[in-house]
Design a protein around this ligand. Structure first.
Ligand SMILES: C[S@@+](CC[C@H](N)C(=O)[O-])C[C@H]1O[C@@H](n2cnc3c(N)ncnc32)[C@H](O)[C@@H]1O
Length: 387
């Protein structure tokens, strides 16, 4: 049985964050796991901590046989998705697991929930799914804030003249040259214009896309959010192979395409996931305070997503200090930002080694079309008590 830990909820989270970021926000992890795999190069000696989001990337790490996996999220609804996936790995066969979490035939979840999955869930996740199983029944990728944002995108596209059959054709293209020509000649002229600009500049639509209020201020404050979204999407649609881009396929066409899915959904990884379930700890709580409860030098890989875009500079520095305290010598941390530059503060930089060439190379293959910068850092020393 997977261990689930509830940390006390810190005081002082701002109203907007409490309003917007409750319930399911991210119905899938919006970080490209291939970047993480190449940055971490996990071994069976590694203890990994990852922000859960929808649990996809923590499970992608579990496919790589780490010694231990800690998956933490401040929003219990996100961990409820992860717990449901873990229970399904423990109790279902791969075909049924795929039916539910690749949304091939998701309604089967209702048949298996009470007899097989619910008994393995924590009380918090049982309370969540007892009320919200209909979302999994109808296909998770249509629900949660991100699911609603994706449905709005799919509603708008035909009204901009982007025909469904042409889009389906596009996602089957195997050559970058053909892809670039198609996008620049057929899609871009229809996609970019006053309507899309207004949509990108609507903070409510951006919140639905999972952009935190502080993150929006950071990105729009530095780069104009419309120009940023345009640049990131133009890059992904023309410079990154579209054929296996399951991120954009789920948003633009509402579905995964055959076996073009995250690694944790592949049949070849199912038995590995099942045999590694006892290595998982799920934590409902915030990263900094949790790390401060962990033994010093106990964690070797830190997957931090773009949480620092959600933080004030003081929270950013304090959380990185907690990371350095809990980190083994030589530990690796990775994070992303919605801005083109979000370097660690000076007080942290002197304790880490940057791998900017590797980070740049990996960002260039990012299928998520979301982040302006990516950071791969290894720990070379630790602050002494006085810093
Ligand atoms: C940072 S967000 C953004 C994810 C990503 N951009 C996406 O689109 O998938 C991912 C998750 O981090 C959680 N989160 C943010 N800050 C956190 C923190 N300090 N500790 C733990 N979880 C955090 C949120 O609840 C959310 O589920």
């Amino acid at each position: 049985m997977v261990q689930v830990l509830d940390m006390p909820t810190p005081k002082g989270r701002d109203l907007m964050e409490r309003l917007v970021f409750r319930g399911i926000v991210f119905n899938m992890s919006w970080e490209d796991p291939e970047m993480d795999r190449q940055a971490f190069r996990l071994t069976p000696d590694d203890t990994v901590i990852s922000i859960s989001s929808a649990g996809c990337n923590p499970l992608n790490f579990l496919c790589q046989n780490p010694r231990q996996l800690i998956s933490i999220d401040g929003n219990p609804a996100q961990n409820a998705i992860l717990e449901l996936k873990l229970a399904a790995i423990a109790k279902l066969d791969h075909a049924t697991f795929f039916d539910i979490f690749a949304a091939r035939n998701p309604s089967v979840v209702t048949k298996v929930y009470r007899p097989l999955l619910r008994p393995l869930l924590s009380q918090k996740s049982r309370d969540f799914w007892d009320k919200n199983l209909w979302m999994a029944h109808r296909g998770l990728y249509n629900f949660g804030r991100m699911g609603l944002a994706a449905r709005i995108v799919r509603f708008v596209m035909p009204r901009l003249g982007l025909k469904r059959h042409r889009i389906e054709e596009f996602f089957e293209m195997r050559s970058l040259a053909e892809q670039e020509t198609f996008f620049n000649e057929y899609a871009a002229p229809k996609l970019w214009g006053p309507f899309t600009e207004r949509l990108c500049k609507s903070r409510w639509f951006m919140y639905l896309c999972g952009v935190h209020p502080r993150q929006l201020k950071l990105v729009d404050g530095r780069h104009d959010i419309y120009e940023y979204v345009k640049e990131r999407l133009n890059y992904a649609f023309t410079k990154v192979p579209i054929y296996d881009n399951y991120f954009l396929s789920v948003v633009v066409t509402g579905r995964f395409r055959g076996n073009r899915v995250p690694p944790y959904l592949l049949e070849e990884n199912f038995e590995t996931l099942r045999s590694n379930l006892d290595r998982v700890q799920v934590v409902n709580g915030w990263l900094g305070p949790f790390l401060d409860t962990q033994p010093e030098k106990s964690i070797s890989k830190f997957n931090l997503l773009d949480i620092f875009d959600w933080m004030t500079p003081e929270m950013f520095e304090a959380t990185l200090k907690s990371v350095l305290r809990a980190a083994t010598p030589g530990a690796t941390m990775i994070y992303r930002s919605g801005s083109y530059q979000l370097d660690p503060p000076a007080s942290i930089l002197r304790h880490v080694e940057r791998h900017d060439d590797l980070a740049k190379r990996l960002l260039a293959q990012d299928r998520s079309a979301t982040y302006g910068s990516f950071y791969v850092l290894t720990v070379k020393s630790r602050p002494n008590g006085r810093e």
